[in-house]
Design a protein around this ligand. Structure first.
Ligand code: MRU
Length: 371
């Protein structure tokens, strides 16, 4: 994405050629700041504290976390420790497990002296692959937007609702759910985005709105509970969201609140699309109810941060002292409520994953193992 006139990714190698730079997303939207990761612990802490977040970017950051760990100690023990440490950071986004598997496969059978270079090479590939996949998702998804635009009065925008941030900031670049939106906008197809604030961490209000502003895409931020009302009034033409893990049966796990939007979309005949790169498919999980759902600190719900009138960033308490709080980070939308999955290989039915990605489907894998 162009930030202040410069093509920018969300993760990069610093000038020293080994430490890793990231956009510190805890400071957005009021402050653009970066953070430098120089150790395994830095990378793990950046994921846990959500300095970086979003399934694909969590995977890319974990990949560089392995690089930083192997720089310090390239032994098998160090590799195993690093994989365990990074896997323990957050439980829901499967891209984390996928990236660690890719990194281990890239270095495990190599002599120690070659492991650091091999790790940095694979981490860079994972980042480039992510960008290429998102561009393909954009090209596959833009057709859905153009079809709706063609049915509307000339020039009338296609109104797209999105939840959380599945954009540039959640990936290495370009985003997943935002990819068709940016592609349409760049082609001159009129779009307007309803941006769910996405309590409790406000990824919509703070991050999606920030990047849509940067790209010049018309949008309005709404309270999470407004989407159903807008759908009833015919003011939402389609919904596009991201996902942290898709089960083999097509059930989709995404930010808490996504399921409620899918129910409202179903009730109002609004097409509900989920955009995802193939690393987010987890064929080892049969159904959505088996996906681990992250529970985070109560304070994320009990308090809220923002900028004061004089420009300070302050956190204030919403919930009365003594009231217990539960904070579930994700929910599962059953495949039956999903109109289609927008992937790098096209728009597919949620139940057609194995056909679309045969090389990853259990049968193929079993065949490979047998071989
Ligand atoms: O808790 P977060 O901010 O990491 O949750 C992010 C989401 O739920 C995104 O929608 C998902 O990771 C897809 S990102 C392309």
């Amino acid at each position: 994405m162009r930030i202040d006139g410069r093509e920018t990714r969300t993760i990069w190698l610093e000038a020293d050629g080994w430490s890793v730079g990231v956009i510190d997303q805890t400071q957005l939207p009021h402050r653009y700041a970066t953070a430098r990761l120089a150790t395994l612990e830095d990378a793990a802490a950046a994921i846990s504290a959500m300095v970086i977040r979003g399934a694909p970017l969590i995977g890319a950051t974990a990949a560089y976390g392995i690089c930083l760990a192997l720089r310090a100690d390239a032994s098998d023990e160090a590799l195993d420790h690093a994989c365990k440490r990074l896997l323990a950071t957050r439980p829901t986004a499967v891209n984390l497990k996928w990236a660690l598997g890719e990194m281990a496969a890239a270095v495990r059978n190599r002599p120690r002296g070659e492991r650091v270079a091999a790790a940095y090479a694979r981490a860079a590939e994972i980042c480039d692959e992510d960008v290429a996949i998102n561009r393909a998702i954009g090209l596959n998804g833009v057709k859905l937007i153009e079809e709706i635009a063609a049915r509307k009065k000339t020039g009338a925008p296609v109104n797209i609702l999105t939840h959380c941030n599945a954009g540039f900031l959640a990936t290495v670049d370009f985003g997943t759910a935002t990819a068709p939106i940016y592609t349409a906008h760049d082609k001159g197809v009129p779009v307007h985005v309803w941006v769910d604030e996405t309590r409790p961490r406000n990824q919509g209000a703070a991050l999606t709105a920030w990047e849509l502003n940067h790209h010049g895409v018309p949008h309005r931020v709404i309270a999470d509970n407004a989407g159903g009302h807008l759908m009833q009034r015919g003011e939402v033409d389609m919904a596009i969201v991201g996902t942290d893990r898709v089960a083999a049966n097509g059930d989709v796990c995404n930010k808490i609140g996504t399921y409620l939007k899918a129910l409202a979309a179903h009730d109002n005949g609004v097409p509900f699309y989920v955009a995802l790169p193939s690393p987010t498919i987890d064929f080892s999980i049969a159904e959505g109810r088996d996906i681990p759902i992250e529970e985070r600190a109560a304070d994320e719900v009990a308090t809220i941060s923002g900028r004061t009138a004089d420009g300070r960033i302050e956190t204030v308490r919403l919930v009365p002292e003594g009231s217990p709080v539960a904070n579930y980070g994700f929910d599962v939308t059953p495949a039956r409520l999903v109109t289609g999955l927008i992937t790098e290989r096209g728009v597919i039915a949620p139940t057609a994953l194995a056909a679309a990605f045969p090389e990853r489907a259990p049968a193929a894998r079993a065949g490979r193992v047998a071989r």
